[in-house]
Design a protein around this ligand. Structure first.
Ligand code: AMP
Ligand code: ZN
Length: 491
């Protein structure tokens, strides 16, 4: 059996995965900042680590998977200055910050569930760990790597660099960072522009603030992940994951904090980073307005896609890209994934109609080895999918040429689909292709039929019928919007 190899951002190479304390594995992944609806890009990162979580469990590891919810301290533009993203939204909508947090946490849970991701073992929040964060800051001050300045506490990057290497995660050089740093507002409080805030003083107007030894304030965004990861996984743990965009400054600062706190520079054994979901080659992002909400895709309510695609099709499209490669979301990619999924399902069904025999024409062990080696090669799902398609080709050819299979191999082959498609890739084949996709298409066609009938009635000035159809559709949660280009409907 081949061994699992993972690409470690820290060493920039693939390494054999050896957990610190087998069979236990500790994995921490940065979760969302819950100030708005998650877009499908955010979901890709969650799905990537869901597959990693599933595969580690498949290998027999007992995994403690911690994924946080950021509910305070993440400031605009990911910087040390500016408004807190959640407080800003709360002000805008005139609601409590915790109302914003609850609403978008619920929304996040709903979509990642639709994408069939497993729940983490622990989902801690930053506001739920205020005491631990204050104590952590105190410990870093005691170890000499942080200083208080005007009610805020900063991490002393230059001091840290005398003993450790700031830049290990992102591969950046401290000298380059210094040369590239522009003067920032508030920098007067810092000894060096590279220093980052770990506890920030809150002015009286700031809605989210807590008492601390340095006055009223709130924790820095990087601090919460250091505190919550080490609290639940220990000062040294196996895997830290997140999107590539978090390597710097977020993960760089996290590593520095961990090291300053415990004196242990190997706090994380493997740093894993998943790549971005793009739209027309650009990173999907709320700030540029270039994004899709998952539900827009599932319900087919975006003009950029020709039709609706089910969560399983979207998830399968994600499997067809390696987690470390960018993935461009397009109608073509989703359409191809839909067809691929149907092919896979047909292949699974065809196993049942293979002819019985004393010998197998298919080498099931070879197929198994190809699936396993794909996943062991840094969770290479696109190769896994290609190998599954290859198996389907062999199954179809055996059916066509009436080649036999033994009962034992038949069961084993079906088992491989269950393990690699359902359990590891998290793709529910049965539900996805026939029942849910087909019934969705029929449902959409029926709605369109009702809309057409209403428009016909309107044309014939049969207002009673047209109003009746519209009202009945509204009751079913379907809204109609008339424009000069025709009638559009949405759920
Ligand atoms: P945020 O809410 O911005 O803190 O991001 C939450 C998570 O989503 C982080 O792990 C990011 O790396 C990830 N993320 C943000 N944008 C994208 C994208 N376009 N593609 C993939 N992951 C993303
Ligand atoms: Zn984080």
């Amino acid at each position: 059996m081949s061994q699992l190899k993972v690409y470690n951002t820290l060493t920039r190479k693939k390494e054999v995965f050896k957990p610190i304390n087998p069979p236990h594995v500790g994995m921490y992944v940065c979760g969302p900042t819950v100030y708005s609806d998650v877009h499908i890009g955010n979901c890709r990162t969650i799905v990537s680590f869901d597959v990693i979580y599933r595969y580690l469990q498949h290998l027999g590891y007992s995994v403690r998977y911690v994924r946080n919810i950021t509910d305070v301290g993440h400031l605009e533009n990911d910087s040390d200055e500016g408004e807190d993203k959640i407080a800003k939204k709360a002000k805008l909508e005139n609601v409590e910050p915790m109302e914003v947090v609850q609403r978008y946490t619920n929304g996040f849970h709903e979509v990642v569930e639709m994408l069939n991701t497993l729940k983490p073992s622990i989902e801690p929040t930053a506001t739920g760990h205020m005491l631990e964060q204050i104590e952590y800051v105190q410990a870093i001050i005691r170890s000499g790597y942080a200083y208080e300045s005007n009610g805020s506490v900063y991490f002393d990057v230059e001091k840290y660099s005398e003993k450790y290497n700031y830049g290990d995660v992102s591969g950046r050089k401290i000298e380059d960072l210094k040369n590239n740093t522009r003067d920032l507002k508030g920098q007067g409080e810092k000894k060096c522009p590279l220093d980052f805030v770990i506890w920030k003083r809150a002015d009286p107007k700031h809605t989210m603030q807590w008492n601390s030894p340095w006055g009223k304030g709130f924790p820095g965004w990087h601090l919460e992940c250091s505190v919550m990861s080490t609290k639940y996984l220990g000062d040294e743990f196996d895997i830290h994951g997140g999107g590539m965009d978090l390597k710097f400054p977020h993960h760089e600062c996290e590593l520095a904090q961990n090291t300053a706190y415990s004196g242990q520079s190997q706090s994380v054994k493997y740093w894993l980073h998943s790549n971005m979901l793009t739209l027309n080659g650009e990173k999907m992002s709320k700030s540029t307005g270039q994004f899709f909400l998952p539900k827009q895709i599932f319900e087919g309510t975006t003009e950029l896609l020709e039709k609706a695609y089910s969560p399983m099709v979207v998830r399968f499209a994600m499997m067809q890209c390696h987690y470390r490669s960018t993935m461009d979301l397009s109608n073509d990619a989703l359409f191809a994934a839909e067809k691929g999924l149907a092919r896979l399902k047909k292949g699974l069904e065809s196993i049942d109609i293979l002819k019985d025999g004393d010998q197998s024409f298919l080498d099931v062990n070879l197929i198994e080895a190809s699936l396993e080696s794909a996943m062991n090669d840094d969770f290479n799902t696109p190769v896994l999918v290609a190998n599954l398609f290859d198996a389907v080709k062999q199954i179809n050819s055996s059916v066509q040429n009436e080649k036999p299979i033994t009962q034992e191999d038949r069961q084993k082959l079906k088992g491989l689909f269950d393990v690699y498609v359902t359990q590891i890739m998290g793709i529910q084949l049965i539900e996805s292709s026939k029942s849910s996709d087909d019934s969705k298409t029929i449902e959409n066609d029926l709605i369109q039929l009702a809309v057409d009938l209403r428009n016909q009635a309107k044309k014939g000035k049969d207002w009673e019928t047209s109003d009746l159809i519209r009202n009945e559709l509204t009751k079913l949660g379907i809204q109609l919007k008339d424009s000069k280009d025709g009638t559009k409907w949405s759920k």
